[in-house]
Design a protein around this ligand. Structure first.
Ligand SMILES: [Zn+2]
Length: 135
């Protein structure tokens, strides 16, 4: 008996970019986001369980848009109490500038995360036949 019967946490696996089926192996070709051209390149299949990871539909673009909007809102949550927002001065523009900067810096990670969410929507734990799951 190997430890593949244990079920790693889904959220932890998703945020650390692990395979949706076995939650053990990384799904991206490169560990870091550099080089940028290969940032969101997925492996063909999982090294541990053989789960197929690539598909033509797998782009996660819509999810990326949603995540970007969520990040704008989260920026508002910390910016407003700290710096204050008012229509009487330029603070709204400062907020937008700050927010856009944060979103741009976080974008590589958001793009990867949206791919991960997409994968996790279509592949559930133990989908690949090589891993035996005991519920
Ligand atoms: Zn796997």
């Amino acid at each position: 008996m190997s430890d593949t019967t244990k079920r790693p946490s889904m959220l932890a696996a998703m945020f650390t970019m692990k395979c949706p089926s076995c939650r053990r192996s990384r799904v991206f070709v490169n560990k870091s986001i550099l080089p940028f051209e290969q940032m969101v390149v997925l492996k063909d299949e999982c090294e541990v369980c053989g789960q197929q990871l690539k598909s033509e539909k797998n782009n996660g673009g819509g999810i990326n848009y949603a995540l970007t909007m969520i990040l704008f809102f989260l920026n508002l949550c910390w910016y407003w109490p700290i710096f204050g927002l008012s229509y009487k001065d330029n603070s709204v523009y400062y907020y937008l500038a700050t927010s856009i900067t944060v979103v741009l810096v976080a974008q590589p990670y958001l793009m990867r995360l949206s791919r991960m969410i997409y994968l996790y929507l279509y592949v559930s734990f133990g989908d690949s036949r090589r891993v035996e799951v005991k519920e």
